[in-house]
Design a protein around this ligand. Structure first.
Ligand SMILES: C[S@@+](CC[C@H](N)C(=O)[O-])C[C@H]1O[C@@H](n2cnc3c(N)ncnc32)[C@H](O)[C@@H]1O
Length: 296
């Protein structure tokens, strides 16, 4: 086993201010988020669009991470790995000897271990206080995790990812922006669509307030999202970051507008193509960017 990696059950020493937030988040994932529901999916998958009409788009956006990671190495760090819940996520560490999963939820890691077997090394750890020596990872991925930290700790989390990343190696961080331009434009339409029921047969519109769906009624846990300019400014003394498109529309948008009868599949094909073509624009102004950095 590599001497630089300390694999142990590491319960992060939370300070009083961060204690409640992190403990709440941990409790949420241990007791709700990573429990399997009747359909075999985790509760957390409620926030994802799992419908067949969006499947290809969702899958290809997840695979985009591979474009930026080095294809092989000894250790890939997955910071806030969860249970490595989707098959596309497994591809990130295919060329690596080990995938090191770090998460504050023990339930997440128990599930990840089942999925990864010997390839997975699991450590209970806080992404803002990583228990690893500097420069040890050949690649880092962190998906939808930094946003669970209090705002004042986002910088610390990026600092930790940067510290443990090897020289000339690359890291990819995916998180949602708070109020990205494209979703702000779509918001009023999404609101209106909530009230209109479209009856296909009679082409009849009726202004009836729909009931909240199970997904909308979910409370979830603490999330603090930021903006591209805030992040660039915050990390300016740490490293240069590049922002690429991961997925520019959120689940609300997909569930509202993307259906077979609205030509949803075609729309998503075009969107994928546009996101690749204008990746920096969609990365900055769409819902989910990939933040990529290299250690020099
Ligand atoms: C939304 S889930 C994402 C999981 C996985 N990366 C994915 O994309 O499916 C967020 C994960 O981050 C973990 N997490 C939250 N705060 C964390 C922290 N401070 N340090 C490490 N992991 C954390 C949670 O326990 C949870 O497993």
């Amino acid at each position: 086993m590599n001497k630089y990696l300390k694999f142990r059950i590491y319960l992060p020493p939370f300070t009083m201010t961060e204690k409640n937030t992190k403990q709440d988040v941990r409790q949420f994932y241990d007791q709700i988020g990573w429990l399997q529901e009747e359909d075999g999916n985790y509760q957390n998958a409620r926030y994802e669009d799992l419908r067949p009409v969006s499947r290809e788009y969702i899958s290809k956006t997840r695979l985009r991470v591979n474009k930026h990671l080095l294809p092989s190495g000894r250790f890939l760090l997955d910071a806030g790995s969860g249970p490595v819940q989707y098959p596309e996520y497994l591809t990130y560490s295919e060329g690596y000897d080990y995938r090191v999963c770090a998460d504050i939820s023990i339930t997440a890691l128990q599930e990840a271990k089942k999925r990864l077997g010997e390839h997975g090394l699991c450590v209970v750890a806080d992404v803002a206080n990583l228990p690893f020596a500097p420069d040890v990872f050949d690649g880092i991925v962190s998906m939808h995790t930094v946003h669970h930290l209090p705002m004042e700790e986002h910088r610390a989390a990026y600092g930790e990812l940067y510290r443990v990343l090897g020289i000339d190696k690359k890291a990819v961080v995916v998180n949602g922006w708070g109020a990205p331009l494209l979703m702000q434009i779509a918001k009023p339409f999404i609101r209106v669509a909530k009230y209109i029921r479209f009856k296909r047969s009679g082409k009849e519109f009726s202004l009836i307030k729909k009931k909240k769906s199970a997904q909308e009624a979910d409370v979830g846990t603490y999330i603090k999202k930021t903006s591209a300019s805030w992040l660039k400014n915050e990390l300016s003394d740490l490293t240069e970051i590049e922002i690429f498109a991961w997925r520019s529309v959120n689940t609300h948008f997909l569930r509202t507008f993307v259906h077979t009868f609205t030509g949803g599949k075609f729309f998503l094909k075009v969107l994928l193509w546009k996101e690749d073509l204008f990746t920096h624009f969609f990365g900055r102004h769409g819902q989910y960017p990939m933040i990529v950095f290299k250690k020099k």
